[in-house]
Design a protein around this ligand. Structure first.
Ligand code: SAH
Ligand code: SF4
Ligand code: F3S
Length: 441
């Protein structure tokens, strides 16, 4: 009988991609995927620590697993990902029902660790090399997604981050930038497309600095090469750091046939003194001019962003400047976060930390302003027809299916015979803040 694995993924798309590649590794030693925790012989929790709330969720989940281990002492529980890297063996001290903790750079050891625990139960902690070789180890194994009808895939093109924004834990738990080889990426995508994948999203903490280490190709060149892969219908990428989004890249997006007109371009804040303290290394005006260049060159591009409120030193003035800035730029959508102190990062030690109540008040205000903008932009799309890649049934209603436009807008429509992975045309009939309702034409 096959052994069963359950994998739970927190955090960003990078973790989703890593989970699929870990599942691919475990398949080669006889594990098949189950949805049900109770049926699993192996449970992996792939974790995130970007904000305290993300960590709290993981601790909660780890606590819930304790009774499963009591029921089935042979169950293997492993913690991977960013929080595993950050917390290491303290996770096992806190929750001894965990069998292993594997850091972000040590996932190449996953098979060895699991096999050793199958033979002799013990505790294994390995966070020894944050700059380890995820890329190379993952390249040998095809990604495996538990979802049915898989038509889209996340493909990491680089690992780590060199930017050290002062609020951010990622460089500490993901190590320095390492770019995968262009031929490995291209071969992986060719194989994925052969197996039915029609949409690929290239992933990195800052894709614009792809290739600065090996110098075999820069990001614009890589994107152009991937765009040529026969059978690929949509090509996406994230995340772009505003400090080095080049004109060459803008040109590549404009001319690429399958490269989608959507750029996720986190601005984080709209006031220079705070941007400086965040170490984002661009000014509000540089960002503004970058957006102008993008919009002049890529017609109908959609722009999304990330924003943080409550960074140390924020005042009513810097916050109002930020509100004005988002009113000016008019992002299609924004992911808004309350600043969360991450110990070990410079900003955690900064003076003038902002009071919690004020943070929440400002978050609400920011979301209200952005929601109004998102709705106004979407209302302009009323009655327009978009090519939509069908994703599947919506979470709440099986008769309603969802899909996305090239600009990454979520579209809802009544299901007839569409299948996930189909391309259909949908006319927008009811634009809303976060999605477009429409009908197939
Ligand atoms: N590399 C990407 C994203 C990294 S994390 C980038 O540079 O954009 C995703 C988002 O989480 C960030 O864009 C930021 O807005 C947010 N974030 C990171 N650290 C945070 C913290 N300490 N508190 C609140 N939000 C944070
Ligand atoms: Fe974090 Fe900044 Fe790196 Fe993004 S670019 S991962 S926000 S340090
Ligand atoms: Fe979280 Fe790690 Fe991604 S901290 S946001 S899972 S890189």
């Amino acid at each position: 009988m096959n052994k069963k694995m359950k994998i739970l993924t927190y955090g960003c798309q990078m973790n989703v991609a890593d989970s699929e590649r870990m599942a691919g590794q475990l398949q080669t030693i006889g594990y098949e995927y189950v949805d049900d925790f109770d049926a699993a012989d192996l449970i992996l929790i792939n974790t995130c620590c970007v904000r305290e709330s993300a960590e709290d969720r993981v601790y909660g989940k780890i606590g819930e697993l304790k009774h499963l281990k009591r029921q089935n002492p042979k169950l293997i529980i492993g913690i991977t990902g960013c929080m595993a890297q950050k917390e290491g063996e303290s996770l096992i001290r806190r929750a001894p029902h965990i069998d292993f903790v594997l850091g972000t750079g040590r996932t190449s050891e996953l098979i060895r660790v699991v096999q050793s625990l199958e033979e002799v139960p013990s505790h294994i902690v390995d966070t020894s090399d944050v700059n380890g070789s995820e890329g190379e180890s993952f390249s040998q194994y095809p990604a495996f997604s538990p979802a049915q009808n898989v038509f889209a895939e996340f493909v990491p093109i680089m690992y780590g981050c060199n930017n050290f924004c002062t609020y951010c834990i990622v460089p500490y738990v993901r190590g320095r930038e390492r770019s995968r080889l262009p031929e490995d990426i291209i071969n992986e995508i060719k194989a994925a497309v052969k197996s039915g994948i029609v949409e690929v999203t290239l992933l990195g903490q800052n894709v614009n600095s792809y290739g600065k280490d090996h110098k075999l190709a820069n990001f614009a060149e890589l994107l152009t090469e991937v765009d040529k892969i026969e059978g690929l219908r949509r090509l996406r990428f994230m995340t772009s750091h505003p400090k080095d989004l080049s004109d060459e890249l803008i040109a590549a997006i404009r001319t690429g046939k399958h490269i989608c007109e959507h750029i996720h371009l986190p601005v984080q804040y709209g006031s220079d003194p705070i941007l400086k303290k965040m170490n984002r290394v661009y000014t509000v005006d540089q960002y503004r001019r970058l957006v102008q260049r993008i919009r002049q060159n890529i017609p109908n591009v959609s722009l999304t962003t990330d924003l943080i409120v409550g960074f140390p030193g924020e005042t009513d003035d810097t916050f109002n400047e930020t509100l004005d800035f988002i009113r000016e730029i008019k992002f299609d959508a924004a992911y808004t976060f309350i600043y969360s102190k991450r110990s070990g990062t410079p900003a955690a030690e900064f003076d003038n930390q902002v009071d919690d109540a004020i943070k929440h008040e400002r978050l609400k205000k920011l979301m209200d302003v952005q929601n109004e903008i998102s709705l106004a932009i979407n209302e302009q799309l009323d009655s327009q027809v978009f090519e939509v890649l069908v994703e599947g049934a919506s979470k709440t209603d099986e008769t309603i299916y969802t899909g996305r436009t090239r600009t990454n807008k979520l579209v809802l429509f009544k299901h007839s015979e569409e299948q996930p992975g189909d391309f259909i045309n949908v006319k927008v009939t009811q634009p809303q803040t976060w999605l477009l309702k429409g009908e197939r034409v």
